[in-house]
Design a protein around this ligand. Structure first.
Ligand SMILES: *[C@@H]1O[C@H](CO)[C@@H](O)[C@H](O)[C@H]1NC(C)=O
Ligand SMILES: *[C@@H]1O[C@H](CO)[C@@H](O)[C@H](O)[C@H]1NC(C)=O
Ligand SMILES: *[C@@H]1O[C@H](CO)[C@@H](O)[C@H](O)[C@H]1NC(C)=O
Length: 454
C-alpha cells in the first residue's frame, strides 16, 4: 500500500538514504597444521545449526550466492580485472532492519528476498547471530569482530517508532539512534555519521562518502548504517620469508607479478576437489574456548581447475546453499599439501540499489509503492518513505602477518624420497573466497580475486 499523501510531494522526495558500510581487514597469518576441526565434518548436526532456524540461515546463504554470482565476471575471458569483496551478513542485516519497519507487499517482498518466514523470525535470527556468532573474541585471543548499526533521523519525522527502535537496538546492535535537524545542520549530521563509521570500523574507513551536500541535496530524512569489522590471525600462519613474487594469470590472458605466500602443510587439513574446482579451508585462530561463544571462523578458497574457470565455477556454487555445503570439504586429508596464495588487499565500493532491483527487490525503492511506515513516528507529512541509496564498502586484506603465531608451525621431517609429492593448491589465477563461521554456516565475507596486484 502506498503511503498516503496529504499534501503535494516535496520536490526532493528521496527520503531514506541507506548507507551500508563494512570493513574487513584480515591481518592474517596462516598455515595449516593438524587442526582437527570437526565442525564441517559433522555436518548435518553442526552445520544444520542449533543456533537459529536453518531456513533463515539458508536464506542468508542463498542471498550471498546470488550476490556473488551477480558480481562475478560475466564471461570466462572477461577483461574486467576488478576484485570484489562484500559482506553478506552486513547486507542481510541492513535489509532485515528495513524489514522491521516494512508493511504489506513491501514486507512480503523483503521476506521473500531475504528467505525468511516473518519479520519476527528475522529479528530473532539477527539477535542470535549478533550475540553469539558475531561476538567479539578478541579478549580470549580470537578474532576481533565488531558489528554495529547506526540510525539518524530528521526531526520532521518525529523520531523512530518505538517498536522499530527496540528491534534495531536488540537485533542489529544499533549503537546510535539519534534525532537531528537535517535541514539546519547537514554538516553536523554528516560528521556524526562519519565519526560513527570511524569508530565502528576501528578507524579503517575514514572516508565514509557522506557529506553535508549528500544530506542537503538528497532531501534525506533517515540514514541507516551498518558496519562489520573482522580481524583474525590464521590458525597456522604463513612464514614471511617464504613469500616470493610469481606470475598470476588474469582472465583476459595477461599476466602480472604478485607476491605469493607459500607453505607446505603436513598432517590433517580440509580440501576437496569437485566439479572442476578445488576447495581449501584455512582456519582462523579462534582463541581460548569459553562457554559464551563457540564461533569458528575459516576462509574457504574456491579455485577453478581451469585458469579461466571462475565464471563457470561461481555459476555452479551459486546453485544454492545445499550444493555449497555439500561442496565444502568434510573429511580431513592426510597427504601433504602445498598452498600458494597471493597476498591481496581489496577495497570495494558498491552502490547496491540498482543491483538489488535487478535481482528482484524493487518495492522498498519505489517512491509510489514502498511501505516503510513502521520506521518513523510521523509518516503522513506528504513525503513517502522509501529507500534511496544503499552503499556498501568492504575492505579485505589478506597477508601472512608472520609475527605472532610463527611458533605454532610444526614441520615434521620426513626422510627424502619416501613421501608422495604434495598435492598442489596454487592460486595463480582468479579465485573466490568465503569467510564463514562454521558452526552456523554463516557467510560473513565473500569475494572474487581477479588480480591480486590491483
Ligand atoms: C571471449 O570468448 C568469446 C567466445 O569464446 C569470444 O567470442 C570473444 O572474442 C572472447 N573475448 C576476448 C576478449 O578474448
Ligand atoms: C530545523 O531547522 C530549520 C532551519 O533552521 C527550522 O526551520 C526548523 O524549524 C527546525 N526544525 C525543528 C523541528 O526544530
Ligand atoms: C566513495 O568515495 C570514493 C573516494 O572519494 C570514490 O572513489 C568511490 O567511488 C565512492 N563510492 C561510492 C559508492 O560512492
Amino acid at each position: 500500500m502506498a503511503p498516503r499523501m496529504t499534501s503535494p510531494p516535496s520536490p526532493s522526495k528521496k527520503l531514506v538514504y541507506l548507507y551500508l558500510l563494512l570493513v574487513f581487514p584480515i591481518a592474517a597469518t596462516l598455515i595449516y597444521v593438524p587442526k582437527l576441526n570437526a565442525a564441517v565434518q559433522a555436518r548435518g548436526t553442526d552445520l544444520r545449526p542449533t543456533l537459529h532456524p536453518a531456513e533463515i540461515r539458508d536464506g542468508q546463504t542463498a542471498l550471498a550466492l546470488r550476490l556473488a554470482k551477480h558480481l562475478a565476471p560475466a564471461s570466462s575471458n572477461s577483461t574486467n580485472n576488478g576484485n570484489v569483496a562484500f559482506s553478506p551478513v552486513s547486507i542481510h542485516g541492513a535489509l532485515s532492519l528495513v524489514a522491521a519497519g516494512a508493511r504489506g507487499a513491501t514486507l512480503d517482498q523483503l521476506l521473500a528476498f531475504l528467505g525468511a518466514p516473518s519479520a519476527a523470525g528475522l529479528a530473532d535470527f539477527g539477535r542470535r547471530i549478533i550475540h553469539r556468532v558475531l561476538a567479539d573474541r578478541a579478549a580470549s585471543g580470537g578474532p576481533t569482530v565488531l558489528f554495529s548499526s547506526g540510525i539518524w533521523v530528521d526531526v520532521s519525522r518525529g523520531g523512530l517508532n518505538k517498536a522499530f527502535r527496540d528491534v534495531a537496538v536488540q537485533s542489529y546492535k544499533s549503537s546510535v539512534t539519534r534525532t537531528m535537524n537535517f535541514t539546519d545542520q547537514p554538516g553536523q549530521v554528516a560528521e556524526a555519521i562519519n565519526s560513527w563509521v570511524r569508530i565502528a570500523t576501528n578507524n579503517l574507513i575514514i572516508d565514509s562518502n557522506i557529506t553535508a551536500n549528500d544530506i542537503r541535496a538528497a532531501g534525506t530524512d533517515l540514514l541507516l548504517a551498518n558496519a562489520v569489522y573482522f580481524k583474525a590471525k590464521w590458525a597456522n600462519p604463513f612464514q614471511a620469508y617464504h613469500t616470493q613474487p610469481d606470475t598470476f594469470h588474469r582472465l583476459d590472458g595477461t599476466r602480472v607479478q604478485a607476491q605469493f605466500m607459500s607453505h607446505t602443510m603436513y598432517g590433517l587439513h580440509y580440501a576437496s576437489s569437485v566439479d572442476g574446482f578445488k576447495v581449501l579451508k584455512l582456519p582462523y585462530n579462534h582463541g581460548r574456548d569459553d562457554a559464551a561463544s563457540h564461533a569458528r571462523y575459516s576462509m574457504y578458497l574456491f579455485l577453478p581447475d581451469q585458469r579461466q574457470g571462475m565464471t563457470n565455477m561461481v555459476g555452479a556454487i551459486a546453485a544454492g546453499p545445499d550444493y555449497l555445503y555439500t561442496a565444502l570439504p568434510k573429511t580431513a586429508v592426510h597427504e601433504a599439501i602445498t598452498v600458494r596464495l597471493p597476498k591481496f588487499q581489496i577495497r570495494f565500493d558498491w552502490d547496491l540499489d540498482s543491483d538489488l532491483r535487478l535481482l528482484g527487490l524493487s518495492l522498498p525503492f519505489s517512491p509510489e509503492s514502498a511501505d516503510l511506515q513502521g520506521i518513523c513516528d510521523k509518516n503522513h507529512h506528504g513525503r513517502p518513505t522509501f529507500l534511496h541509496k544503499l552503499l556498501h564498502k568492504a575492505v579485505v586484506k589478506v597477508d601472512e602477518d608472520g609475527t605472532e603465531a610463527a611458533a605454532a608451525v610444526t614441520m615434521p621431517s620426513f626422510s627424502s624420497g619416501m613421501q608422495p609429492p604434495p598435492i598442489q593448491f596454487v592460486a595463480d589465477h582468479p579465485f573466490t573466497f568465503f569467510i564463514m563461521e562454521e558452526r552456523s554456516g554463516l557467510i560473513v565475507f565473500a569475494g572474487h580475486v581477479l588480480d591480486p596486484t590491483n
